[in-house]
Design a protein around this ligand. Sequence first.
Ligand SMILES: Cc1ncc(CN)c(N)n1
Length: 234
Amino acid sequence: MEGSVKEVIGGGIGIGMTEKWVKKHHLLYTGATRHPLILSIRDGSVDLSAFKRWLGQDYIFVRNFVPFLSSVLINACKDSDDQSDMEVILSGLASLDDEVAWFKNEAKKWDIDLSKVTPQKANQNYCGFLESLMLPEVEYTVAITALWAIEAVYQDSFAYCLEDNSKTPQELKEACQRWGNESFGGYCQKLKKIADRRLEKAPESVLIEAEMTLLRVLEHEVEFWNMCNAEDPK
Ligand SMILES: Cc1ncc(CN)c(N)n1
């Protein structure tokens, strides 16, 4: 029950660290989730070549995201204080199978040869960052915060393109649905809860590391959208 004694004592209705950080860094968060590319999809003015660039580059990103998510899963199995973390992360990993297939199928529709797409600079940088998060010294709390942020940016961005008054072109709606749907939203909420639970108990040094990691994720996301909107390879 909302507002129950248990919830108040347990912090259920209190604001978590992730939300505090989103508020504190709202300019950067908004930069990542309301980027001009997203706004152009939502208002229907999108340059389809930018969408195609995004499709090819994101396919490469997702392939690199698989080992990152696998490493968060291993961390959860080894270091988590709650067994259900593993199930949440496993569900995300399982859905990537379908996601990779979706990219291949979508690329065919848009006449994109994925074998010829090479990662642009911003994508290479982002994938390099994911690799750095897989190093053994990276705390589970930091890695799960990164995972939540990466997924939340896509959820927030694409859900915005599906709101009632949006003019998202029909042929892009399926892409927006992938990350903008309610079930993906629920997954992001679960990741947020895990991150908040871990952050609540984390020592100051881990909190600093996690907040910095969130900022890096948001910066990489902005750079990623910029790369798709740019005419020339960066
Ligand atoms: C760049 C980027 N960021 C996030 C997501 C969501 N997994 C993605 N597919 N690509």
